[in-house]
Design a protein around this ligand. Sequence first.
Ligand SMILES: [Zn+2]
Length: 381
Amino acid sequence: MNTSLKIYLTSFLILILFAPVAHAKNTPDKPFTVIIDPGHGGKDPGAVFKQIKEKDIVLNIGLKLGQYIKENLPDVKVVYTRDKDVFVPLHRRADIANKSKADLFISLHANYCGTPAITGTETFVLGLHRTEENLEVAKKENAVILMEDDYSSTYQGFDPNSSESYIMFEMVQDEHLTQSIDVAAAIQGQFKNRAGRKDRGVKQAGFLVLRRTSMPSVLVEAGFLSNNGEANYMKSSTGQSHLASAIYRAVRDYKKAIDNKSNYKLVAQTTQELAQETIKQPETPPTPTVKTSNTDIFFSIQLAASGKKLATAPYNFKGLKEVQRKQVQSIYKYYYGKTSSFESIKQLRNQVKSLYPDAFIVAFEGEKPISINKALRKLKP
Ligand SMILES: [Zn+2]
C-alpha cells in the first residue's frame, strides 16, 4: 500500500469517526442554546398604553419562558439579552446571540396601532415586508436605534423611519429562513391553541435585530397594547404565563424536530461515506475532483446597499479590491467576490465579516438574482 493511499484511507477513517461529533448539535460542550430577547428596556419603554409598558410585559414573558425551558428541557441553555429593566442596543442583542453560538433567537415584543379594535398575535421572520402594515411594525421596532449613541455609523446610515432604507431587505438571503419560518409557525400555532389568541399569522419584515443574528430567528408580537382587552391580558400574570407557555411548547417541538433530523443526517452521511469508500479502486491514488460548471450561476457577497453611487475603489470599501456595483431601481448594491463554489463564498464572507458584519451571500443566474437554494440545486453535479 503506498503512502498516499494510506493517508487517504486514514483520512476517511478520521472522517467517519469524527463526522458524527461534528454534526450532532447537542454535544456536552455545545448545548442547544436559546436566546430570549425581551425588547426595549431602561430608557426605552416601547409601546405604552395607560401606563402599561411593553418593556415590562415582554420582560415578564421572557423570564417565564426561560423558567419553563430550564424546568422542562434541562439540556437546553437559556441566555437572556436582558433579564432586568435595562437599555440594550439592538446590535448588542444580536452580538450576544452570535457570541453564544445560539441555535435559536426569540425577540419578544408587544404591538401597537392606531385602530384600537385590532387584536391578535403575529410572529415575524426577516425579509422584505409584503404589506405597508408589516413595514409599520418594523419601523416602530427599529426606531429604538434612534436612542442609541452613534446609531448612524453603527447601522451604516440606516434610517428606521424612511421606507427607502428597507429596500435592502429585498435581497436578504437568509440561510436559516426555512427554520425561522418553522419556529414562527409553531409559535403562532401554540398561541392559537394553547393561549386562545387570535392568530394573525407568520409575517416577514425588515427588523434590524433579526438582520444581524446568524441563527434561526423570530420576532414575536404577543398582542396589541392599543386594545384594552389584550393590554389587560398581557399585563396579567395568567396572560403572561399562557403566552410564555405557548412559546415554550413551540421551542420544545422545534428542538425535537431538529434532534430527529440531525440523527437522520448523521446516519445518512456516514452510510454515504462508507459506500463511497467501498467503490474506490484500492490501488489508484485519489485525484482531486474539480467541479466544473457550464452554467452562469455564481455566488457573491453583498457588502452594502445605498442610494449613493460610490466609486468601487478600495478606499470606499475598507481596502477591498474589485468590488462590483449594480443598480437596482434607485439603489446601488455593492458586491464582493464571484464564484460558483458555495464553500469558497462562505469562507470569503467569514473573511470580510469583521469589516462588514452585515455582509451576506447572494446568488445570481447571469444578471438575475436567484435564491441560494435554487443556485445550489442548479449547481448540483
Ligand atoms: Zn417592541
